[in-house]
Design a protein around this ligand. Sequence first.
Ligand code: GLU
Length: 417
Amino acid sequence: MSKDTTNPYESMIRRFDVAAKIMNLDDDTYNILKTPHRQYLASLPIKMDDGKIQVFEGYRIVHNTSRGPSKGGIRYSMDVNLDEVKALAAWMTWKCAIADIPYGGAKGGITVDPSKLSEGELERLTRAYTAAMVDVFGVDKDIPAPDVATGPRVMSWIVDEYSKLKGAFTPGVVTGKPIHLGGSEGRVEATGRGVTVAAMEAMKKIKMDPKKAIGAVQGFGNVGSITAKHMDEHGVRIVAISDHTGAFYNPKGINIEKAIAYRNSNHGVLKGFADGTEITNEDLLTLDVDVLCPCALENQITAANADQIKAQLIVEGANGPITAGADEILTGKGIIVVPDILANGGGVTVSYFEWTQNRFGYYYPEDEINRRADRYMINAFQNVWSVGEKHKVSLRIAAYIFALEKVTISLKSRGVY
Ligand code: GLU
């Protein structure tokens, strides 16, 4: 086995290389898709509440637009750096192709700890970032959305700033907006709901009964908490949950509704949650459960701990929670991993519905959105599963092959001069 890496871009390339070889991807296409199409960096000077200026780094990377305008979230985190955003942008290209929605891939971010900023500072930072990227973004060019530590509040500021700068109200320039500003029903729950649909499809394939299954979910933000909620509703006994402030274990099953209510009343964190004993985030990953959903950040399962994983099924709610080195170990142990670019595609799928609704100016009810989103997820799962069977590869490699095939067709029919 080659040496493991925690650089997300290297992790992406390692899987891309394996897939490209299996499918005999031609060198020209390989070289085009290996690197992002465009990379934008901005220094963002912000007047802080104390009157001093602080300069932040902002990124937007457009990986590919062969299948349509680029799509992908914006994250606010101290871990944001060029290689991370490059990987996340490429993953969006693959994710949109797998979900079968007409987009390319992009990602953005600002290197910042948002918990250290006041609401006013966050607003100024978001507006400065939007102004810096005003000619990058566009309804038919590049459409941001929420990601780690951003949400409807941040999206509203982006719509406002972009609309002011362009002189026209343009809600379709971002998705993940609040409902009153052109957001879609079902968008908040979409990623966690889709993770659960993917988990249920995988369980059917490996004959795991959700009503007898035990699960653990890492991360209790938008993706983790909704995943836990939906898994619980499908009968999976969730025995452990966590966020960056702590992890909690209760073999009888955690009351997820209570956990969400507790978090909402506790500044958005689980710290101090009483329903369960406190364990560490590392312990949570290696618990003796049937299904594990890493829904937090990258590089949680690496070559260092993959050996200790006991779950038979892992469904990735986060982007990049498993390294390429860990993949090899998990595959060797016969563990089924439903990869991020398949499993968490429910979010961007409902973003697509939001964008089409903005263009029509006509809005669908939640049950309609959910029904359509579930159908997209099931189709995506079946497609990737079939590729996996055809090539006798893991679902991760199958997902890359499936995505690469689709992107390659569009790229070739548009042509390169
Ligand atoms: N940030 C989410 C993702 O990684 C959503 C992207 C979107 O809705 O455009 O898939």
